[in-house]
Design a protein around this ligand. Structure first.
Ligand SMILES: Nc1nc2c(ncn2[C@@H]2O[C@H](COP(=O)(O)OP(=O)(O)OP(=O)(O)O)[C@@H](O)[C@H]2O)c(=O)[nH]1
Length: 320
């Protein structure tokens, strides 16, 4: 049975790109799938070098691949995960993909003409844009989940679990390399009164506004987290007591001077800060020391930063 008549309609309708090159990598043939998406006319470019027909090919890489197919006479494959595309072909999902071009799986097959001598290579190009788009969406979701997993939903600073985990890592690092490390624990003053006066939403507004303000006063390497309701912690890597007190006083002063507009009313708030330095303690001990200093700051009249010293423990016993 003669089947030659099948070839042309099959190649025209095939939902796969077919591109045939000779041994000098000149274009012998490509089907409609490629012609339409690359906007090239086979009759006009037949016999031209591959790189003169299709712009911006990854030429060095592609030649290495084609050379091995031609000389070893074994097929090669390139997936979209390895190289998103080889030939710039327009795809049919321009809106749902961040890429203008079709993601491609490409098989490269060695061919020998009936004369038994002339060698060719056939490239079969499959549209893998769907897989590419799904993978992009999945990666995006993973990034969003990771962000949500370490962030406090209200204020956008780190949540307690993640922040405390980071404190553990920073303590290990400071211990191993004998580097300074300080911790600030702060708490809004008389926040209950603020909540009572402006409602819970007013209180939330202040928490958000002050988190943003304080975050803007920190270095990128500092780690700012929400420890509990209106209590926050800041880890200051590479910072000893003098530097930590400077940061704490700057935060205290900036907050006290900051005016916030809420429901046409001007709000002000103050904070108290406890400062502790790392000296080979555990996470819990370091937090405990900063908490003791914070408690003293409250007892001494609020709106201030107090540095932890062992004498504070005696002071606490007296006032209790
Ligand atoms: N709006 C709001 N309020 C909160 C949140 N978390 C805790 N609070 C409130 O913060 C207040 C904390 O009150 P207290 O622990 O008595 O302390 P304070 O009024 O700030 O007084 P001092 O700490 O002694 O200066 C409580 O009224 C809590 O309900 C929150 O996420 N949003």
């Amino acid at each position: 049975m003669q089947l030659d008549w099948l070839l042309q309609p099959l190649l025209t309708q095939l939902n796969t790109g077919v591109l045939v090159l000779d041994a000098q990598y000149r274009v012998v043939f490509f089907n409609q799938f490629i012609a339409r998406r690359a906007d090239v006319d086979l009759a006009k470019v037949q016999g031209n070098l591959l790189e003169d027909v299709f712009a911006d090919l990854p030429l060095a890489w592609l030649r290495r691949k084609l050379d091995s197919v031609l000389h070893l006479q074994v097929p090669a494959f390139s997936s979209w995960e390895q190289r998103q595309y080889i030939i710039k072909l327009a795809h049919l999902r321009p809106l749902s993909s961040d890429s203008q071009y079709m993601a491609q799986n490409c098989s490269m097959l060695p061919l020998t003409a009936p004369d038994g001598v002339s060698r060719y290579i056939c490239l079969l190009i499959e549209d893998a844009t769907d897989a590419y788009v799904y993978q992009q969406q999945l990666q995006q979701s993973v990034i969003q989940l990771e962000h949500a997993n370490r962030t406090d939903g209200l204020t956008g600073v780190y949540n307690r679990r993640y922040w405390q985990q980071q404190l553990g890592y920073e303590i290990q690092r400071a211990g191993r390399y004998q580097h300074p490390l300080s911790l600030l624990l702060f708490d809004l003053d008389k926040f209950k009164d603020l909540n009572d006066q402006y409602g819970h939403q007013g209180g939330d507004f202040v928490l958000v506004e002050l988190s943003r303000l304080i975050g803007s006063l920190l270095r990128d390497t500092d780690l700012f987290g929400r420890y509990g309701g209106e209590e926050f912690g800041i880890i200051l890597p590479e910072t000893g007591m003098t530097g930590a007190l400077q940061v704490a006083n700057r935060i205290c002063d900036t907050v006290a001077r900051h005016k916030m507009l809420y429901n046409q009313q001007t709000l002000k708030a103050t904070i108290s800060i406890g400062v502790a330095c790392y000296f080979a303690q555990s996470v819990d001990e370091l937090i405990q020391r900063a908490d003791t200093a914070l408690y003293c700051a409250k007892r001494q009249g609020r709106n201030r930063a107090v540095a932890y010293q062992p004498e504070l423990e005696g002071y606490l016993k007296k006032v209790k």
